[in-house]
Design a protein around this ligand. Structure first.
Ligand code: HEC
Length: 163
C-alpha cells in the first residue's frame, strides 16, 4: 500500500483512484468477500438471496447460445481439452467462492482476449444471471447493472449456514 499512500500524499487523487482500481481485483481474489467486496464496497447480500430475475436469466440463455456456447459448451460443461472452463459445475462455484457478483459480471466476456467488461452492462448482467441460474442459484429481484451494487453481493459456493 505504500505506493498508494505516496500518490495520495502527492495530491494526485485521480491517479490514486486509477491505481486503486487496478489493485482492487487483487483484494477480491484474496478471499473474504463477506468482509470486503469489490472496490472496498460493504458486502450486504449474498448470491443465494435471490439477486437476479427470471427475465434476466432467460435473456442470458438466448445470448449464451449465440455468443458463448461454442467455447463453453451447450450445457455450460466447457471444453477442458481446449482450455475452455465449465461455467456450471461444482468447480465453477468453488472458483468464484469468496469473490463478488461485480467480479463475475466483469469477467463475462465476448472472447478471452477482450476483457474486462467489453459488453454493454445489460447484456453482461443477463449472462451472469443465466450462469447463476445454471448453477442452481435461485432467482429473485433483478440484478443491478451498477458495479457498486453488484459489489455488495458476495459470491459463496454454498448458501450461508447450509454447509
Ligand atoms: C473463443 C472462446 C470463448 C468464448 C466465445 C467465450 N469464452 Fe469465456 N472463457 C474462455 C476461456 C479460454 C476461458 C478461461 C480463461 C479466462 O478466464 O480468460 C474463459 C473463461 C470464462 C469465465 C471464467 C470461468 C472461471 O471459472 O474462471 C467466464 C465467467 C466466462 N468465460 C464467460 C463467458 C461468457 C458469458 C461468454 C459469452 C458471452 C464467453 N465466456 C465466451 C473462452 C471463451
Amino acid at each position: 500500500m505504500s505506493r498508494f499512500s505516496l500518490f495520495l500524499a502527492g495530491g494526485a487523487l485521480a491517479t490514486a483512484a486509477a491505481l486503486s482500481f487496478v489493485i482492487a481485483p487483487a483484494f477480491a481474489q484474496g478471499g473474504n468477500a463477506t468482509a470486503s467486496g469489490y472496490l472496498g464496497t460493504r458486502v450486504t447480500e449474498n448470491i443465494w438471496d435471490g439477486v437476479y430475475s427470471d427475465e434476466q436469466a432467460d435473456k442470458g440463455a438466448i445470448l449464451y447460445r449465440t455468443a458463448c456456447s461454442n467455447c463453453h459448451g451447450k450445457q455450460l460443461e466447457g471444453v477442458p481439452d481446449e482450455g475452455n472452463p465449465a461455467l456450471a459445475a461444482p468447480g465453477f462455484m468453488v472458483e468464484w467462492d469468496g469473490q463478488s457478483m461485480a467480479d463475475l459480471v466483469a469477467h463475462v466476456h465476448v472472447s478471452p482476449h477482450s476483457r474486462p467488461s467489453d459488453m454493454d452492462p445489460l447484456t453482461a448482467v443477463a449472462l451472469a444471471a443465466f450462469i447463476l441460474n445454471q448453477n442452481g442459484v435461485p432467482s429473485g429481484k433483478a440484478l443491478s447493472t451498477e458495479k457498486s451494487e453488484q459489489g455488495k453481493i458476495a459470491f459463496t459456493q454454498f448458501k450461508p449456514g447450509t454447509k
